[in-house]
Write a protein that binds this ligand. Structure first.
Ligand SMILES: C[S@@+](CC[C@H](N)C(=O)[O-])C[C@H]1O[C@@H](n2cnc3c(N)ncnc32)[C@H](O)[C@@H]1O
Length: 279
């Protein structure tokens, strides 16, 4: 087995066996997904229409998929996650005529080409060891005119590195001490400029900590360092229209202003649309 295959197997094993992680995902309830629900529903109704097939990638505890199914009755909504125990729990907890759950890997999606109108993921892309392949899979299963919406933290934003530096705090798991933020800010700024001019995405990976020794949710298990520029470059190269880049997290004035003023530095709130068949 080569290193990439080992890493993929280790991550799969972690998401299938970490009881803490699976329990944490089950605790993400309706309130947790509240803001995402409006965002997804409004964009889908505007860009795609009232009917279709929606895939919620990396659905974890399944609450998000259940909420989409209730909010978008014209959509058949499927939640997919690599964690079989998480999918078993979701299937036992939630049921609706337009709702399904399925265990599977976003690197090998069990759907035919062009068979879905919407692919949604929240806080999943940073856990994927081969992002180019995951994005290519999303593109493959999406129908012409369909929409992909990705929400995630933005690990490679120089703005957040600057914020951490000014606050003198460590940026776990990317820097283990506040002093590490200065070299990181310099490296991220240079990489941001390089990404701006790059023709292809410059995906950057890290070694995840799968020991389960830190608080779940701090991204110790993140393997891809998410960048809005990687994602937009990937989809623009495939002819997609980029409708939105930055997300609002929280209710502070800054969290509302940053995505509007400097969307490429904000948290990720990507909305991209595949060209129509005749487009
Ligand atoms: C941080 S959790 C987010 C879960 C959920 N979206 C939420 O916000 O509560 C990341 C999820 O991605 C899933 N995941 C990781 N790698 C995956 C893969 N290759 N294919 C599908 N799901 C994956 C994990 O099992 C986990 O449920």
């Amino acid at each position: 087995m080569d290193n990439a295959t080992h890493l993929r197997e280790d991550l799969k094993s972690y998401y299938n066996h970490s009881e803490r992680y699976i329990a944490e995902m089950q605790s993400h309830d309706d309130a947790y997904f509240d803001d995402q629900l409006d965002w997804v529903a409004e964009n889908l109704l505007r860009l795609v229409g009232a009917e279709g097939r929606l895939l919620d990638l990396g659905c974890g505890g399944g609450s998000s998929t259940k909420a989409f199914a209730a909010r978008l009755p014209g959509y058949h909504c499927t939640g997919l996650d690599i964690s079989e125990p998480a999918i078993d729990l979701a299937t036992r907890r939630f049921a609706a005529a337009n709702l399904a759950y399925r265990a599977g890997d976003c690197l090998d999606l069990p759907w035919a080409d062009g068979s879905l109108e919407a692919v949604i993921s929240r806080d999943m892309i940073e856990h994927i060891p081969d992002v180019g392949r995951a994005l290519a899979e999303m593109d493959r299963v999406l129908a012409p005119g369909g929409v992909i919406m990705i929400r995630s933290p933005h690990h490679r934003s120089p703005l957040f590195a600057l914020q951490d530096l000014l606050r003198l705090r460590a940026n776990y798991p990317f820097t283990k001490s506040w002093a590490g933020n200065l070299p990181r800010l310099i490296e991220l700024s240079a990489d941001f400029v390089a990404k701006l001019f790059a023709r292809e995405p410059r995906f950057r990976y890290r070694t995840p900590d799968l020991s389960d020794s830190v608080v779940v949710g701090l991204d110790a298990d993140a393997v891809y360092e998410v960048s809005s520029l990687d994602l937009t470059t990937f989809f623009r190269n495939r002819g997609y229209t980029v409708h939105n880049v930055g997300a609002t997290y929280g209710t502070s004035a800054a969290s509302r202003l940053v995505p509007r003023l400097v969307p490429y530095f904000a948290s990720i709130g990507l909305v991209v649309q595949k060209p129509a068949a005749n487009g």
